[in-house]
Design a protein around this ligand. Sequence first.
Ligand code: ATP
Ligand code: MG
Length: 507
Amino acid sequence: MTYKVEMRHITKIFGTLYANDDVTLQVKQGEIHALLGENGAGKSTLMSVLFGLYHQEQGDILIDGSPVEIKNPNDANRLGIGMVHQHFKLVESFTVLDNIILGAEDTQNGIIQYEQATKKLQHLIQTYKLHVDLHAYIKDITVGQQQRVEILKMLYRDADILIFDEPTAVLTPQEIHELMNIMRGFAKEGKTIMLITHKLNEIKAVADVCTVLRRGKKIGTVNVKDTSIETLAEMMVGREVSFTVEKPDMERGESIFEVEHLNVSGHGRHAVKDVSFKLHRGEILGIAGIDGNGQTELIHALTGLKPIISGKATLMGSDITHLPIRQKYQKGMSHIPEDRQKHGVVMDFDLQSNLILQNYYQPQFQKHAFLKFDVIQDHADELINRFDIRSERGPKTIVRQMSGGNQQKAILGREISRAHELLIAVQPTRGLDVGAIEYIHAQLISERNQQKAVLLISLELEEIMNLSDRILVMYEGEIVGELDPKKTTVNELGLYMSGAKRGGVHE
Ligand SMILES: Nc1ncnc2c1ncn2[C@@H]1O[C@H](COP(=O)(O)OP(=O)(O)OP(=O)(O)O)[C@@H](O)[C@H]1O
Ligand SMILES: [Mg+2]
Protein backbone atom coordinates (compact mmCIF):
# COMPACT_ATOMS: atom_id res chain seq x y z
CA MET A 1 0.00 0.00 0.00
CA THR A 2 1.13 3.56 -0.63
CA TYR A 3 1.35 5.87 2.34
CA LYS A 4 0.80 9.58 2.13
CA VAL A 5 3.86 10.11 4.31
CA GLU A 6 6.50 7.56 5.04
CA MET A 7 9.61 8.24 7.08
CA ARG A 8 11.97 5.26 6.96
CA HIS A 9 14.71 4.61 9.53
CA ILE A 10 15.21 8.27 10.36
CA THR A 11 18.19 9.11 12.54
CA LYS A 12 18.86 12.68 13.63
CA ILE A 13 21.85 13.40 15.83
CA PHE A 14 22.66 16.61 17.73
CA GLY A 15 26.29 16.41 18.79
CA THR A 16 26.29 13.06 20.55
CA LEU A 17 22.57 12.89 21.23
CA TYR A 18 20.36 10.66 19.11
CA ALA A 19 17.22 12.80 19.04
CA ASN A 20 15.71 10.33 16.57
CA ASP A 21 17.16 6.85 16.43
CA ASP A 22 16.06 4.69 13.49
CA VAL A 23 12.44 5.88 13.57
CA THR A 24 9.99 4.62 10.98
CA LEU A 25 6.62 6.32 10.62
CA GLN A 26 3.87 5.47 8.16
CA VAL A 27 0.86 7.71 7.74
CA LYS A 28 -2.14 7.09 5.50
CA GLN A 29 -3.97 9.80 3.63
CA GLY A 30 -6.91 11.23 5.57
CA GLU A 31 -5.59 9.87 8.84
CA ILE A 32 -5.12 11.73 12.09
CA HIS A 33 -1.86 10.32 13.36
CA ALA A 34 -0.83 11.21 16.89
CA LEU A 35 2.77 11.35 18.02
CA LEU A 36 3.23 10.70 21.72
CA GLY A 37 6.32 10.71 23.90
CA GLU A 38 7.93 12.16 26.98
CA ASN A 39 9.49 15.60 26.99
CA GLY A 40 12.59 15.36 24.85
CA ALA A 41 11.57 12.07 23.24
CA GLY A 42 12.19 13.55 19.79
CA LYS A 43 8.69 14.40 18.52
CA SER A 44 9.37 17.99 17.44
CA THR A 45 12.67 16.90 15.94
CA LEU A 46 11.05 14.20 13.83
CA MET A 47 8.44 16.62 12.54
CA SER A 48 11.09 19.29 11.94
CA VAL A 49 12.91 16.78 9.74
CA LEU A 50 9.70 16.26 7.78
CA PHE A 51 9.27 20.02 7.49
CA GLY A 52 12.84 20.57 6.32
CA LEU A 53 14.09 22.46 9.37
CA TYR A 54 16.60 19.74 10.18
CA HIS A 55 18.20 17.24 7.87
CA GLN A 56 18.42 13.62 8.97
CA GLU A 57 21.78 11.87 9.16
CA GLN A 58 20.16 8.67 7.97
CA GLY A 59 16.88 7.51 6.54
CA ASP A 60 14.48 8.37 3.74
CA ILE A 61 11.27 10.27 3.36
CA LEU A 62 8.61 9.27 0.85
CA ILE A 63 5.55 11.29 -0.08
CA ASP A 64 2.85 9.42 -2.00
CA GLY A 65 5.33 6.59 -2.38
CA SER A 66 8.08 8.63 -4.03
CA PRO A 67 11.36 9.45 -2.33
CA VAL A 68 11.78 13.16 -1.72
CA GLU A 69 14.58 15.42 -0.60
CA ILE A 70 13.37 18.06 1.85
CA LYS A 71 16.20 20.54 2.33
CA ASN A 72 14.21 23.43 3.76
CA PRO A 73 10.66 24.51 4.59
CA ASN A 74 10.19 25.80 1.03
CA ASP A 75 10.72 22.27 -0.25
CA ALA A 76 8.22 21.08 2.35
CA ASN A 77 5.68 23.70 1.23
CA ARG A 78 6.05 22.61 -2.36
CA LEU A 79 5.29 19.04 -1.28
CA GLY A 80 2.16 20.22 0.51
CA ILE A 81 3.55 19.97 4.02
CA GLY A 82 2.66 22.65 6.56
CA MET A 83 3.52 22.94 10.24
CA VAL A 84 2.13 24.78 13.24
CA HIS A 85 5.06 24.99 15.64
CA GLN A 86 5.05 24.39 19.38
CA HIS A 87 6.07 28.02 19.86
CA PHE A 88 4.46 30.13 17.16
CA LYS A 89 6.62 31.81 14.58
CA LEU A 90 4.78 35.07 13.96
CA VAL A 91 6.04 38.63 13.55
CA GLU A 92 4.35 40.51 16.42
CA SER A 93 4.49 43.94 14.78
CA PHE A 94 2.99 42.73 11.48
CA THR A 95 -0.69 42.35 10.72
CA VAL A 96 -2.36 38.97 10.45
CA LEU A 97 -2.51 39.34 6.67
CA ASP A 98 1.18 40.20 6.30
CA ASN A 99 2.15 37.29 8.52
CA ILE A 100 0.16 34.86 6.44
CA ILE A 101 1.53 35.90 3.07
CA LEU A 102 5.09 36.48 4.31
CA GLY A 103 7.37 34.46 2.05
CA ALA A 104 4.52 33.51 -0.27
CA GLU A 105 3.68 36.97 -1.57
CA ASP A 106 2.05 37.20 -4.95
CA THR A 107 3.48 40.26 -6.71
CA GLN A 108 2.90 42.11 -9.96
CA ASN A 109 5.57 44.61 -11.00
CA GLY A 110 6.92 44.35 -7.48
CA ILE A 111 3.60 45.17 -5.86
CA ILE A 112 1.97 42.75 -3.47
CA GLN A 113 -1.43 41.61 -4.71
CA TYR A 114 -3.33 42.04 -1.46
CA GLU A 115 -6.74 41.79 -3.03
CA GLN A 116 -6.25 38.26 -4.30
CA ALA A 117 -4.68 37.18 -1.04
CA THR A 118 -7.54 38.65 0.98
CA LYS A 119 -10.11 36.92 -1.19
CA LYS A 120 -8.49 33.55 -0.84
CA LEU A 121 -8.18 34.03 2.90
CA GLN A 122 -11.77 35.16 3.37
CA HIS A 123 -12.80 31.95 1.66
CA LEU A 124 -10.60 29.82 3.92
CA ILE A 125 -11.82 31.66 7.02
CA GLN A 126 -15.44 30.98 6.07
CA THR A 127 -14.91 27.35 5.06
CA TYR A 128 -13.03 26.35 8.18
CA LYS A 129 -14.53 28.82 10.66
CA LEU A 130 -11.09 30.18 11.48
CA HIS A 131 -12.31 33.64 12.39
CA VAL A 132 -9.64 36.27 12.83
CA ASP A 133 -9.31 39.93 11.82
CA LEU A 134 -6.87 40.06 8.89
CA HIS A 135 -5.91 43.64 9.69
CA ALA A 136 -5.24 43.21 13.42
CA TYR A 137 -1.65 43.17 14.65
CA ILE A 138 -0.39 39.88 16.04
CA LYS A 139 0.57 41.51 19.34
CA ASP A 140 -3.05 42.55 19.90
CA ILE A 141 -4.76 39.19 19.38
CA THR A 142 -5.16 36.25 21.74
CA VAL A 143 -3.04 33.12 21.62
CA GLY A 144 -6.01 31.18 20.28
CA GLN A 145 -6.34 33.64 17.42
CA GLN A 146 -2.61 33.51 16.75
CA GLN A 147 -2.96 29.81 16.32
CA ARG A 148 -5.67 30.32 13.73
CA VAL A 149 -3.22 32.56 11.88
CA GLU A 150 -0.69 29.72 11.87
CA ILE A 151 -3.32 27.32 10.53
CA LEU A 152 -4.38 29.80 7.85
CA LYS A 153 -0.73 30.14 6.88
CA MET A 154 -0.61 26.42 6.08
CA LEU A 155 -3.90 26.43 4.22
CA TYR A 156 -2.94 29.55 2.24
CA ARG A 157 0.02 27.57 0.92
CA ASP A 158 -2.36 24.75 -0.08
CA ALA A 159 -0.85 22.27 2.34
CA ASP A 160 -2.55 18.88 2.61
CA ILE A 161 -0.18 17.33 5.12
CA LEU A 162 -0.68 19.30 8.30
CA ILE A 163 1.63 19.01 11.27
CA PHE A 164 0.40 20.32 14.63
CA ASP A 165 3.05 20.47 17.35
CA GLU A 166 1.24 20.65 20.70
CA PRO A 167 -1.51 22.87 19.37
CA THR A 168 -3.67 22.69 22.47
CA ALA A 169 -1.07 23.47 25.12
CA VAL A 170 -2.03 27.15 25.03
CA LEU A 171 -5.75 26.93 24.30
CA THR A 172 -8.84 27.15 26.47
CA PRO A 173 -11.14 24.11 26.72
CA GLN A 174 -13.57 25.81 24.34
CA GLU A 175 -10.84 26.54 21.78
CA ILE A 176 -9.56 22.98 22.08
CA HIS A 177 -13.02 21.71 21.27
CA GLU A 178 -13.17 23.92 18.18
CA LEU A 179 -9.72 22.86 17.05
CA MET A 180 -10.64 19.19 17.34
CA ASN A 181 -13.61 19.82 15.09
CA ILE A 182 -11.47 21.68 12.59
CA MET A 183 -9.03 18.75 12.50
CA ARG A 184 -11.82 16.25 11.98
CA GLY A 185 -13.04 18.41 9.08
CA PHE A 186 -9.57 18.44 7.51
CA ALA A 187 -9.30 14.66 7.77
CA LYS A 188 -12.73 14.16 6.25
CA GLU A 189 -11.59 16.22 3.28
CA GLY A 190 -8.67 13.90 2.79
CA LYS A 191 -5.99 16.00 4.40
CA THR A 192 -3.43 14.10 6.43
CA ILE A 193 -2.78 15.21 9.97
CA MET A 194 0.12 14.69 12.33
CA LEU A 195 -0.71 15.69 15.88
CA ILE A 196 1.78 16.00 18.70
CA THR A 197 0.11 16.23 22.09
CA HIS A 198 0.68 15.20 25.69
CA LYS A 199 -3.02 15.04 26.40
CA LEU A 200 -4.08 11.45 26.14
CA ASN A 201 -7.78 12.25 26.11
CA GLU A 202 -7.24 14.41 23.02
CA ILE A 203 -5.60 11.49 21.29
CA LYS A 204 -8.57 9.34 22.28
CA ALA A 205 -10.95 12.00 20.99
CA VAL A 206 -9.53 12.65 17.51
CA ALA A 207 -6.67 10.40 16.50
CA ASP A 208 -6.99 7.20 14.47
CA VAL A 209 -3.49 5.96 15.03
CA CYS A 210 -0.76 6.78 17.56
CA THR A 211 2.99 6.33 17.33
CA VAL A 212 4.93 6.38 20.58
CA LEU A 213 8.54 7.55 20.91
CA ARG A 214 10.77 7.13 23.94
CA ARG A 215 14.26 8.64 24.16
CA GLY A 216 14.52 8.97 20.40
CA LYS A 217 13.37 5.45 19.60
CA LYS A 218 10.07 4.26 18.27
CA ILE A 219 8.22 2.07 20.77
CA GLY A 220 5.30 1.21 18.55
CA THR A 221 2.27 2.28 16.54
CA VAL A 222 -1.20 1.43 17.82
CA ASN A 223 -4.79 1.78 16.80
CA VAL A 224 -6.24 4.37 19.15
CA LYS A 225 -9.67 2.74 19.35
CA ASP A 226 -8.22 -0.49 20.73
CA THR A 227 -5.80 1.10 23.19
CA SER A 228 -6.57 2.42 26.66
CA ILE A 229 -5.22 5.67 28.06
CA GLU A 230 -3.31 3.67 30.67
CA THR A 231 -1.58 1.60 27.99
CA LEU A 232 -0.65 4.71 26.03
CA ALA A 233 0.84 6.28 29.16
CA GLU A 234 2.78 3.15 29.98
CA MET A 235 4.16 2.80 26.44
CA MET A 236 5.30 6.36 26.67
CA VAL A 237 7.13 6.41 30.00
CA GLY A 238 7.93 2.71 30.36
CA ARG A 239 6.18 2.35 33.70
CA GLU A 240 2.70 2.68 35.11
CA VAL A 241 1.54 6.25 35.63
CA SER A 242 -0.76 7.27 38.43
CA PHE A 243 -3.47 9.69 37.36
CA THR A 244 -4.67 10.45 40.87
CA VAL A 245 -2.95 12.86 43.21
CA GLU A 246 -2.13 11.77 46.77
CA LYS A 247 -3.08 14.64 49.01
CA PRO A 248 -3.18 14.18 52.79
CA ASP A 249 -5.61 16.28 54.83
CA MET A 250 -3.93 19.21 56.49
CA GLU A 251 -4.66 22.09 58.81
CA ARG A 252 -3.76 25.30 57.09
CA GLY A 253 -1.49 27.71 58.96
CA GLU A 254 -1.40 31.49 59.32
CA SER A 255 -2.11 33.79 56.42
CA ILE A 256 1.16 35.02 54.86
CA PHE A 257 0.09 36.60 51.59
CA GLU A 258 -2.64 39.19 51.53
CA VAL A 259 -4.03 41.00 48.54
CA GLU A 260 -6.40 43.90 49.16
CA HIS A 261 -8.61 45.72 46.67
CA LEU A 262 -6.20 45.28 43.79
CA ASN A 263 -6.87 47.10 40.51
CA VAL A 264 -4.78 46.57 37.40
CA SER A 265 -5.20 47.75 33.82
CA GLY A 266 -4.51 45.74 30.70
CA HIS A 267 -5.12 46.08 26.97
CA GLY A 268 -6.61 49.53 27.50
CA ARG A 269 -9.23 48.35 29.95
CA HIS A 270 -9.63 47.60 33.60
CA ALA A 271 -8.35 44.02 33.71
CA VAL A 272 -8.38 43.32 37.44
CA LYS A 273 -11.17 44.81 39.53
CA ASP A 274 -11.01 45.12 43.26
CA VAL A 275 -9.50 41.70 43.88
CA SER A 276 -8.87 40.66 47.48
CA PHE A 277 -7.81 37.33 48.96
CA LYS A 278 -5.65 35.79 51.66
CA LEU A 279 -3.34 32.86 51.22
CA HIS A 280 -2.29 30.70 54.15
CA ARG A 281 0.64 28.46 54.90
CA GLY A 282 0.00 24.84 54.06
CA GLU A 283 -2.56 25.76 51.46
CA ILE A 284 -2.85 25.58 47.68
CA LEU A 285 -5.17 28.31 46.51
CA GLY A 286 -6.31 27.70 42.94
CA ILE A 287 -7.48 30.46 40.64
CA ALA A 288 -9.75 29.16 37.92
CA GLY A 289 -11.10 31.07 34.99
CA ILE A 290 -11.37 31.11 31.25
CA ASP A 291 -8.24 32.58 29.69
CA GLY A 292 -8.38 36.35 29.40
CA ASN A 293 -10.43 37.09 32.50
CA GLY A 294 -7.67 39.01 34.25
CA GLN A 295 -5.60 36.14 35.64
CA THR A 296 -2.53 37.10 33.61
CA GLU A 297 -2.74 40.76 34.64
CA LEU A 298 -3.31 39.81 38.28
CA ILE A 299 -0.18 37.68 38.36
CA HIS A 300 1.89 40.16 36.38
CA ALA A 301 0.93 42.85 38.87
CA LEU A 302 1.70 40.70 41.92
CA THR A 303 5.06 39.55 40.56
CA GLY A 304 6.18 42.97 39.37
CA LEU A 305 5.82 42.56 35.62
CA LYS A 306 3.08 45.18 35.48
CA PRO A 307 2.22 48.29 37.51
CA ILE A 308 -0.64 48.31 40.01
CA ILE A 309 -3.24 51.09 39.79
CA SER A 310 -4.42 50.75 43.35
CA GLY A 311 -4.63 48.25 46.15
CA LYS A 312 -2.07 46.49 48.27
CA ALA A 313 -0.15 43.21 48.49
CA THR A 314 1.52 42.06 51.71
CA LEU A 315 3.92 39.14 51.96
CA MET A 316 5.04 37.90 55.40
CA GLY A 317 3.96 41.20 56.89
CA SER A 318 5.88 43.44 54.43
CA ASP A 319 4.14 45.68 51.95
CA ILE A 320 5.45 44.46 48.59
CA THR A 321 2.96 46.29 46.37
CA HIS A 322 5.45 48.48 44.56
CA LEU A 323 8.72 46.71 45.30
CA PRO A 324 11.09 45.95 42.43
CA ILE A 325 11.06 42.34 41.30
CA ARG A 326 14.36 41.43 42.94
CA GLN A 327 13.11 42.61 46.31
CA LYS A 328 9.89 40.65 45.94
CA TYR A 329 11.99 37.55 45.45
CA GLN A 330 14.11 38.45 48.47
CA LYS A 331 10.95 38.74 50.56
CA GLY A 332 10.14 35.11 49.76
CA MET A 333 8.29 34.98 46.45
CA SER A 334 8.91 32.35 43.80
CA HIS A 335 7.25 32.49 40.41
CA ILE A 336 6.72 30.00 37.63
CA PRO A 337 5.60 32.35 34.85
CA GLU A 338 2.92 31.70 32.28
CA ASP A 339 5.10 32.44 29.27
CA ARG A 340 8.22 30.42 29.92
CA GLN A 341 10.27 31.71 27.00
CA LYS A 342 9.44 35.37 27.55
CA HIS A 343 9.60 35.58 31.34
CA GLY A 344 11.06 32.30 32.55
CA VAL A 345 14.40 31.80 30.86
CA VAL A 346 17.00 33.61 28.80
CA MET A 347 16.92 31.45 25.70
CA ASP A 348 20.51 32.08 24.61
CA PHE A 349 22.08 31.57 28.04
CA ASP A 350 23.13 28.11 29.05
CA LEU A 351 21.14 26.02 31.49
CA GLN A 352 23.40 26.60 34.49
CA SER A 353 23.17 30.39 34.13
CA ASN A 354 19.42 30.16 33.80
CA LEU A 355 19.28 28.30 37.08
CA ILE A 356 20.80 31.23 39.00
CA LEU A 357 19.13 34.15 37.24
CA GLN A 358 17.74 35.60 40.47
CA ASN A 359 20.66 34.92 42.79
CA TYR A 360 23.86 35.08 40.76
CA TYR A 361 24.91 38.12 42.81
CA GLN A 362 24.75 36.33 46.14
CA PRO A 363 27.96 35.23 47.92
CA GLN A 364 27.04 31.60 47.28
CA PHE A 365 27.67 32.14 43.55
CA GLN A 366 29.97 35.15 43.50
CA LYS A 367 33.14 36.46 45.10
CA HIS A 368 34.72 39.87 44.42
CA ALA A 369 32.46 40.27 41.38
CA PHE A 370 33.63 36.98 39.89
CA LEU A 371 31.16 34.17 39.33
CA LYS A 372 32.07 30.85 40.96
CA PHE A 373 31.58 28.67 37.92
CA ASP A 374 32.37 25.39 39.66
CA VAL A 375 29.69 26.07 42.29
CA ILE A 376 27.25 27.17 39.60
CA GLN A 377 27.83 23.97 37.67
CA ASP A 378 27.42 21.77 40.76
CA HIS A 379 24.21 23.59 41.58
CA ALA A 380 22.95 22.91 38.04
CA ASP A 381 23.95 19.26 38.19
CA GLU A 382 22.00 18.85 41.40
CA LEU A 383 18.83 20.37 39.95
CA ILE A 384 19.22 18.41 36.72
CA ASN A 385 19.25 15.21 38.74
CA ARG A 386 16.52 16.14 41.13
CA PHE A 387 14.10 17.40 38.50
CA ASP A 388 15.14 15.08 35.67
CA ILE A 389 15.94 17.95 33.29
CA ARG A 390 17.05 16.28 30.07
CA SER A 391 19.31 17.96 27.57
CA GLU A 392 22.28 17.22 25.40
CA ARG A 393 25.09 18.94 27.26
CA GLY A 394 23.79 19.18 30.83
CA PRO A 395 24.60 22.49 32.57
CA LYS A 396 26.24 23.86 29.42
CA THR A 397 23.25 23.32 27.11
CA ILE A 398 21.93 26.50 25.53
CA VAL A 399 18.32 26.66 26.69
CA ARG A 400 17.06 27.40 23.17
CA GLN A 401 18.17 23.90 22.19
CA MET A 402 16.25 22.18 24.96
CA SER A 403 12.85 20.63 24.35
CA GLY A 404 9.91 22.76 25.52
CA GLY A 405 9.01 20.49 28.40
CA ASN A 406 12.54 20.41 29.68
CA GLN A 407 12.73 24.20 29.65
CA GLN A 408 9.66 24.12 31.85
CA LYS A 409 11.22 21.59 34.23
CA ALA A 410 14.29 23.83 34.53
CA ILE A 411 12.14 26.80 35.61
CA LEU A 412 10.22 24.66 38.08
CA GLY A 413 13.40 23.30 39.56
CA ARG A 414 14.86 26.77 39.96
CA GLU A 415 11.76 28.27 41.57
CA ILE A 416 11.05 25.39 43.93
CA SER A 417 14.65 25.02 45.08
CA ARG A 418 15.23 28.72 45.78
CA ALA A 419 14.47 29.92 49.32
CA HIS A 420 10.84 31.04 49.35
CA GLU A 421 7.63 31.05 51.35
CA LEU A 422 5.15 31.76 48.56
CA LEU A 423 5.13 29.93 45.25
CA ILE A 424 3.10 31.47 42.44
CA ALA A 425 2.68 28.77 39.82
CA VAL A 426 1.05 29.73 36.55
CA GLN A 427 0.22 26.84 34.24
CA PRO A 428 3.04 24.84 35.84
CA THR A 429 2.48 21.73 33.76
CA ARG A 430 1.82 23.31 30.38
CA GLY A 431 3.50 21.20 27.73
CA LEU A 432 4.67 18.51 30.15
CA ASP A 433 4.31 14.80 29.58
CA VAL A 434 2.13 12.73 31.94
CA GLY A 435 5.11 11.37 33.86
CA ALA A 436 6.47 14.87 34.45
CA ILE A 437 3.03 16.16 35.41
CA GLU A 438 2.73 13.44 38.03
CA TYR A 439 6.09 14.54 39.42
CA ILE A 440 5.32 18.27 39.39
CA HIS A 441 1.97 17.74 41.07
CA ALA A 442 3.68 15.78 43.81
CA GLN A 443 6.16 18.67 44.21
CA LEU A 444 3.38 21.24 44.56
CA ILE A 445 1.64 19.10 47.18
CA SER A 446 4.93 18.69 48.98
CA GLU A 447 5.38 22.49 49.01
CA ARG A 448 2.03 22.72 50.73
CA ASN A 449 2.86 19.93 53.14
CA GLN A 450 6.03 21.83 54.08
CA GLN A 451 3.84 24.76 55.10
CA LYS A 452 4.60 26.95 52.11
CA ALA A 453 1.79 28.90 50.49
CA VAL A 454 1.01 28.03 46.88
CA LEU A 455 -1.00 30.16 44.47
CA LEU A 456 -1.92 28.01 41.49
CA ILE A 457 -3.29 29.52 38.30
CA SER A 458 -4.33 27.03 35.68
CA LEU A 459 -6.69 26.68 32.77
CA GLU A 460 -6.78 22.94 33.34
CA LEU A 461 -9.84 22.32 35.46
CA GLU A 462 -8.71 18.90 36.51
CA GLU A 463 -5.44 20.30 37.78
CA ILE A 464 -7.26 22.98 39.76
CA MET A 465 -9.74 20.48 41.19
CA ASN A 466 -7.15 17.87 42.14
CA LEU A 467 -4.56 20.12 43.73
CA SER A 468 -6.35 23.07 45.30
CA ASP A 469 -7.51 23.31 48.90
CA ARG A 470 -9.63 26.28 47.91
CA ILE A 471 -10.65 27.65 44.53
CA LEU A 472 -11.31 31.25 43.55
CA VAL A 473 -12.99 31.86 40.23
CA MET A 474 -12.13 34.93 38.16
CA TYR A 475 -14.58 36.33 35.69
CA GLU A 476 -14.17 39.62 33.86
CA GLY A 477 -11.49 40.74 36.26
CA GLU A 478 -13.39 39.99 39.45
CA ILE A 479 -13.38 37.14 41.92
CA VAL A 480 -16.92 35.84 41.51
CA GLY A 481 -16.82 32.87 43.80
CA GLU A 482 -14.94 30.77 46.29
CA LEU A 483 -15.40 27.03 46.10
CA ASP A 484 -14.35 24.02 48.09
CA PRO A 485 -13.03 21.43 45.60
CA LYS A 486 -14.34 18.63 47.80
CA LYS A 487 -17.88 19.98 47.64
CA THR A 488 -18.08 21.18 44.06
CA THR A 489 -18.15 19.66 40.59
CA VAL A 490 -16.46 20.60 37.35
CA ASN A 491 -19.88 21.60 36.06
CA GLU A 492 -20.51 24.02 38.87
CA LEU A 493 -17.04 25.45 38.46
CA GLY A 494 -17.84 25.92 34.78
CA LEU A 495 -20.96 27.92 35.65
CA TYR A 496 -18.91 30.34 37.73
CA MET A 497 -16.24 30.57 35.03
CA SER A 498 -18.76 31.49 32.38
CA GLY A 499 -20.28 34.18 34.60
CA ALA A 500 -23.60 32.35 34.95
CA LYS A 501 -23.24 32.04 38.71
CA ARG A 502 -21.81 34.11 41.54
CA GLY A 503 -21.22 33.41 45.17
CA GLY A 504 -19.75 34.79 48.35
CA VAL A 505 -16.06 34.97 49.06
CA HIS A 506 -14.71 34.13 52.51
CA GLU A 507 -11.02 34.23 53.15
N1 ATP B 1 18.73 22.35 17.90
C1 ATP B 1 19.08 21.44 18.82
N2 ATP B 1 20.36 21.30 19.21
C2 ATP B 1 20.71 20.37 20.13
N3 ATP B 1 19.84 19.52 20.73
C3 ATP B 1 18.56 19.61 20.38
C4 ATP B 1 18.09 20.57 19.41
N4 ATP B 1 16.75 20.42 19.27
C5 ATP B 1 16.41 19.43 20.12
N5 ATP B 1 17.47 18.93 20.77
C6 ATP B 1 17.46 17.83 21.74
O1 ATP B 1 16.85 16.71 21.13
C7 ATP B 1 16.00 16.01 22.02
C8 ATP B 1 14.62 15.90 21.42
O2 ATP B 1 14.03 17.18 21.44
P1 ATP B 1 12.56 17.46 20.88
O3 ATP B 1 12.38 18.94 20.90
O4 ATP B 1 12.38 16.76 19.60
O5 ATP B 1 11.66 16.77 21.99
P2 ATP B 1 10.06 16.67 22.11
O6 ATP B 1 9.72 15.21 22.06
O7 ATP B 1 9.43 17.55 21.13
O8 ATP B 1 9.84 17.17 23.61
P3 ATP B 1 8.71 18.16 24.26
O9 ATP B 1 7.54 17.32 24.58
O10 ATP B 1 9.35 18.62 25.53
O11 ATP B 1 8.45 19.27 23.29
C9 ATP B 1 16.03 16.79 23.33
O12 ATP B 1 16.90 16.13 24.21
C10 ATP B 1 16.59 18.14 22.94
O13 ATP B 1 17.33 18.69 23.99
MG1 MG C 1 8.37 19.34 21.27
